[in-house]
Design a protein around this ligand. Structure first.
Ligand code: KG4
Ligand code: ZN
Length: 341
């Protein structure tokens, strides 16, 4: 019997220091996520310099915690997976340097993982992977639809032409004075509001029917607040505005998902990225799955937002296929939306 593969997965691409240990590409032995919310909240958003410093301070300790929870040691590791693109440059560099140093010291291979690819495949930490599938990644930095026919054949079939869905949530929350991080707060507040109180019209996107624009929604929110300046201290007005925005944002991506499924009738939809934690989106996806007999796995929240387990999952596949990186690998802040390399 082949010895166990044990992959250390690290993600420091943005504002969460996350480290996981994954056995045989399947069993999550530990998935530790250290959030930097307290550091960035006073600034109303992620401050890249503060984020990289916090990663540098925390990464060692978060890694130690992962080994403690998994009750294994570095001697058990067979490889390391590290997010090297896309993300905040300084943040990526902290993680990548750490992964290279560990790989060198332990004499085990490491592999650079694309953060978007890690999100895209993250639902397969809870259900068996099968091709083909449609995937939608809805995060703070990206909103895109993919058709995955195999690990090698993944095509981006649509995406936002401006803001990402999570970014729109964050900006709307800021306009409403709700603080950071906006998405989860909007989700919570929306439960107390009427989603039909206000209409947010959606901008048309010329590029194609699977493309979308989220910056128009943010502008619509700014306009609504401008027109209702006298009601900004009315709690119910704020709740209704949040709920109406959330409904419009979810309607938009659901519309594109349904169109994509009509064009590419597959039986499996992967939904991932921080916004996949949104309760309205999850409810609508569950309805869609039931209505169309589709499989739509909805991972728990800590596998939706940034986490090391999803990086370890893709890393396991890459290392099993002999795709170890070399020490020249650099961090890249952006990666082409269609090329999940
Ligand atoms: O995937 P992620 O953790 O980091 C990126 O790679 O961007 O996604 C973070 C984004 C943020 O914009 C955050 O506000 C949003 O996901 N988010 C949510 C919820 N939880 C996180 N948006 C809406 N509803 C939520 N419950
Ligand atoms: Zn992410």
């Amino acid at each position: 019997m082949a010895p166990d593969s044990i992959i250390l997965g690290i993600d420091t691409s943005c504002d969460e220091t996350s480290v996981a240990l994954l056995r045989n590409g399947r069993d999550i032995l530990a998935n530790v996520i250290s959030s930097q919310i307290k550091i960035h909240a006073p600034h109303g958003g992620v401050v890249p310099e503060l984020a990289s410093r916090a990663h540098a301070d925390n990464l060692y300790h978060v890694t130690q915690e992962a080994f403690k929870r998994a009750q294994i040691s570095t001697a058990d590791l067979t490889g390391i997976a590290i997010t090297h693109t896309p993300g905040l440059m300084g943040c990526l560099m902290v993680g990548l340097s750490y992964a290279k140093a560990l790989s060198y010291a332990l004499n085990i291979p490491f592999t650079g993982v694309n953060h978007l690819k890690a999100h895209l495949f993250s639902p397969f930490l809870i259900v068996e992977l099968s091709f083909p599938f449609l995937g939608v990644v809805v995060s703070g930095g990206h909103t895109a639809l993919y058709l995955a026919e195999s690990w090698e054949r993944i095509k981006c079939i649509g995406h936002t032409v401006d803001d990402a869905m999570g970014e729109a949530f964050d900006k709307a929350a800021k306009l409403l004075g709700l603080g950071y991080p906006g998405g989860p707060i909007m989700d919570r507040i929306s439960r107390k509001g009427n989603p039909n109180a206000h209409r947010f019209t959606m901008a048309r996107v010329k590029k194609g029917e699977l493309f979308m624009s989220y910056s128009g929604l943010k502008t619509a929110m700014a306009q609504l607040l401008q027109e209702n300046r006298g009601r900004l201290d009315n709690q119910q007005f704020i709740h209704d505005a949040a709920a109406s925005f959330q409904r419009a944002a979810v309607d938009l991506v659901m519309n594109r998902i349904e169109k994509a499924l009509a064009l590419h009738p597959v039986g499996l939809l992967s939904v991932s990225g921080g916004v996949a934690a949104n309760s309205l989106l999850r409810a609508r996806l569950t309805e869609l799955a039931t209505a169309h007999g589709l499989q739509i796995p909805l991972p728990p929240m800590d596998l939706c937002t940034d986490n090391g387990a999803m990086v370890a999952y893709v890393g396991h596949h890459q290392l099993s296929g002999g795709q170890a990186s070399n020490y020249h690998l650099s961090a890249r802040p952006t990666s082409p939306i269609s090329g999940l390399i």
